[in-house]
Design a protein around this ligand. Sequence first.
Ligand code: GLC
Length: 811
Amino acid sequence: MGATRYAAARVRGWGATGAGELRLELEDANAEVSIAEDGSVRLRACTGEKLERPLDPGIGRAPWQPTRTEPRERDGSLWLAHDGRQGTVQVEIRPDPFALRVRARNGESVAELEDLGFAEQGAARIGYRARSGERFLGFGETDGGLDKRGRRLLLRNRDPELSRRGPRYLSIPFFLGFLAEAGASSARGLLLDAFGASRFDVAATHPDRVVIETEADGIDLTIFPGPAPADVLRRFTARVGRTPLPPLWALGHHQSRWSYASEEEVLALAREIRRRRIPTDVIHLDIDYMRGFRVFTWDPRRFPDPKQLVADLSALGFRLVTIVDPGVKRDDAWPVYRDGAQWDDYCRRPDGELFSLRVWPGESVLPDFNREDVRSWWGEQHRPLLDIGVAGIWNDMNEPAGWKRDVRIGRWMLPLQRQDVSSLVQSHPLEPDRRVPHDRVRNLYGLQECRATRGFLECADPEKRPFVLTRSGSAGIQRFAAVWTGDNRSRWSDLRESIPMLLNLSLSGVAFCGADIGGFLFSCSPELYARWIQIGALYPFARTHSMWLKRRQEPWSFGPRVEAIAQRFLELRMRLLPYLYALFREAEENGAPIWRPLLYEFPGDPESAAVEDQVMLGPSLLAAPVLERGARERELHLPPGRWIAWDDDAQYVGPRRLRVHAPLERLPLFLRAGSILPTQSAIRSVAEAPAEPCILEVVPGADGVGTLLADDGETTAYRSGRVARSELRLWHRAGGRLRLEIGRREGDYAVPPRTLRVSLRCCPAPERVTLDGRRLARRDDAPGYGCEAGRLQVRFEDGGESHVLEVDPAP
Ligand code: GLC
């Protein structure tokens, strides 16, 4: 594409559409510029008449809604302006050559686009003016560091197999441009809507330019103003959709292996996990549960009674997730294949023959998920899994991936030659009757499959929140599925890489994401597993998974010391579950990611911008995982403000660099002053009631706010108000006085009466503790307080009323 010749775009004429868009007539092309209520600006441009078709319905997205704006001509430019409650922008379009500049209310430049050009067959190019020092984050799932400046990225979903450079299974043509200079920072986002591959030269060829190229369908991009990264994410996710609140159990630990291959093995695993008291909620079944790898079947010999298996697992507090690959075995004797063939549901070759590729079951065909009837048919095939009680679906190999040739010995196989899918033809999502080369719509394949899967699960049981996990996807995939980052390796480099990779995925809108804990390929050492589970227990999606033939990755496979570490960190996850859950609510409400790079929380701190081996889990917790073999120390950056170390309550004031002792048992974890974290006592699965259901971890040193949230954890009733919600407020007064306000519980969800514990860090024996104006006594029962190792523990009965807790320090 680098050598493609583009004809530069010039504006020849213009007019308003009446629906809010400004139409531009270019030489041999059309363009449209519009502004949404929240100040996001969209530019669509292509040769031909394609502008008429809205893209959103084809991928199940809420439509773009332009505001009505009056275009004006001034100083040889065209101007559009929008002054709304949610955003104010001004757009200037210079006609010759075409250039577009978005400015904020204060006149500051948000984004400048130029060098729009078109080539053969709908290919197009546009340039984004990069500022000196601007960082570029996002792009979905890509190797390397957090900042993609200097990279040339081909965003085409692929199974990378052994080549590890570049974007992988899931690409998202979105970046967050972030600039911090002289104490000020600004952020903006840019999304390219493309069904097929695109290229981003991220200021690699020219340091002041991001060059964006598409292969077809012109350019369709949206600029999301900041000024803060959180503002960009709110706008971007409003456009592509947000992560719906998952069922609570899906936030527990998932244990997986390729494969737990018989009922006995699965049950033995489940019992062992419980016997060893390792918190885990979910077991995954990889491909070997199926009969000859035929999707939607069970191997009758190894899984003779799956329904009973689900019941037995459920009695032990586990849910079962099964893998479903899109490749359907070509087997005329098998009704699922026959049914799909009869309805012409599979992708074809240009000569009209069925397109075949080799996947686990041998010769297989691929459903054409761009057709709605195919999606419903596919969804329906899941009914038997649901009837058995399977709790979630894991969609793999959906780039799609497969081979041309392979060698097989019994059930095992070795792929020899990658299948070339360029000869595949499938429907266009906007015009299902039109068949287009697969490459034109390739990046949608995984998304449309997950849409089918989730769509069915939602219809089959509208009250239940579904769980779908996917390997492939594109912008907006979070509406349908959680994402794991595919086949990583049990290597220190892969552990390290998982941090920026998940941060970038998170910034690309995918809040519910994780990497295989312990690594998938190769064997994991005890030390690597210990370090991986420490941070993996804090991944938004926490699953241990590993490949066949390699060392097993159940926590006890690494000896008692590492098992104890795994247990402790998975317990930490369960203790933090109420906090994590509240973050997921936030992700659904305003698009804030669960995992955040430091710059998201501290945009004004120049040091934070460069940090890519630390994460913020929500606004309150900072983790600095140990990512090096043999390391027993960790150097890290603490952003501005006060911090308290999770383990030993050591206090620090940032910004500063810090070297901490990190023996194998320790993950350097810090609490931000002013935080109020809802936590609970450790449980082994969400099926178990915690001994203490509500512990507020209060971190003095600054004012702060928080939310205490509860719902049934499983149904969609929270959307119609069946929640219990209290707002929390912390006031930090001079001399160390503290006031914690717990707002009255609102909402329809009934929380049984409980004892609430407020745990205050760094709070030696106080002079006085009062609850609602009444002095509390020092005693273990509620209401009362106790002091232990520098922490103050206050207990009182919580029936949902508002409370004010005040603590006066000892003089
Ligand atoms: C793919 C998946 C991996 C899975 C394997 C077998 O490689 O990425 O997670 O275990 O297929 O299904």
